[in-house]
Design a protein around this ligand. Structure first.
Ligand code: FES
Length: 120
């Protein structure tokens, strides 16, 4: 099992390695999309660039490598951003949903998370 810690929601979710991150977020009823994505998203096909998440912790192999779709769509985005629909979980990680509109207390949330051990 892997643990995904969602720092905005202060939630840890157990999942199986190989699970798709977008599907996990939707299954847990978390908010993945901003307004643009709510109004219209591609349903996980890697085409709309609205399912951004940022990786805030874990090891560098916690998630599947960038897909060619992500390499194209994330060209001008921070290095730790991913498209949730293109991302498979390999082991435990810390995730921020909707990094394009970060919470005002993001630095505090990151510090709190850093002080809590993440299961492998
Ligand atoms: S849901 Fe459209 S790119 Fe991920």
């Amino acid at each position: 099992m892997a643990t995904i810690r969602f720092i905005r929601e202060d939630l840890e979710v157990q999942c199986n390695p190989g699970e798709n991150l977008r599907e996990l977020i939707i299954k847990e009823n978390l908010k993945l999309y901003g307004l643009k994505g709510i109004l219209g998203n591609c349903g996980g096909a890697g085409q709309c660039s609205t399912c951004f998440i940022s990786v805030e912790g874990g090891n560098k192999n916690s998630l599947s490598p960038l897909t060619t779709v992500e390499e194209e769509k994330l060209k001008n985005r921070p290095e730790n951003w991913r498209l949730a629909c293109q991302t498979l979980i390999k082991s435990s990680a810390v995730i921020l949903t909707k990094p394009q509109s970060p919470p005002s207390d993001l630095e505090d949330l990151k510090k709190i998370s850093e002080n809590k051990k993440l299961p492998r």
